[in-house]
Design a protein around this ligand. Sequence first.
Ligand code: SF4
Ligand code: SF4
Length: 307
Amino acid sequence: MRQKAVSIDVTNRCNLRCRHCFFWRTNSSGELPVEAWEEVFQRLPKFFYCSWVGGEPLLRQELIERGKKRFLLNEVVTNGTIPIPSWNDVSFFISIDGTKRYHELIRGRGTYARARENIETTGARYLLLNMVINSLNYRCVEKFVSEWSNSRVLWVKFSFYTPFVGGDNSLFLPFAKRNELIDKVLRPLKEDYGDFIFLSDGILESMKYPGCLKVASNCPATRLVLSLDSMGNIKYRGCGDTRACYMGAGAICEKCGHMTPHYLKAIYEDGDWEIIRKSLKHMPRGVALKAVRSLLPKGHRPGRQNT
Ligand code: SF4
Ligand code: SF4
């Protein structure tokens, strides 16, 4: 299957120094000027989806503003501490790692209130939260969901902390605990909060140990996502591995907790309609039909009899 999406490290810079971050410890290259990125965009094949990541991508808004026109769907992954631009053709994935206490243990003092204020004051509509569950914050998942359930946020999604070479790997949540959290906390939350929880039964099952090892060993993200660093170069998994990963060379695949490989598997390999429906529900206007078409085999049109 050909690549569907591109992930772009907008910058290496970040205004925070989060405890769990692999990025500022492992990435040291510079950043390509905006004009040079224009040339990279020209050379890229036609991608449906672009994920603008970092560092903190909102430190370089000009690049995103110029580049986002080239993709049907854009997401910006931000720590939320910089005012969020009022773009309604973009989904903002804001990283909030639990309730204020746990979030600030990981991301630093004052970061929770700033993110909350920026979420409340932006004119942007497509606001989504991303919580990375680790050995510190796993106790607050229910309270975190309850606190945000009456906010402007459309839904929340979850990953588990991925250890990386040289990182603070005490944050890794043991697999037995991950399985328990999935069954005893995330599944009931999905029942109670419905579409506010951006998960499907299929994804939850896929993220459990030991099935998650099988997904990591043939990771869909390496096949379906072109991952570029801030110089426009492909981000390889390291140690001579010719496969790319947006997490870069330091991430330890066997313990990967990122939701994206399981999400991609659910969408492109399993045809998981629970997560496809949830994805379509909050896509910017006009994009959903094109998204459905991109999932169908070539030549197939919705509403047309295909023989
Ligand atoms: S905000 Fe993101 S890029 Fe910046 S230090 Fe935290 S996790 Fe790393
Ligand atoms: S670290 Fe990257 S390549 Fe490895 S399983 Fe996770 S997303 Fe896939």
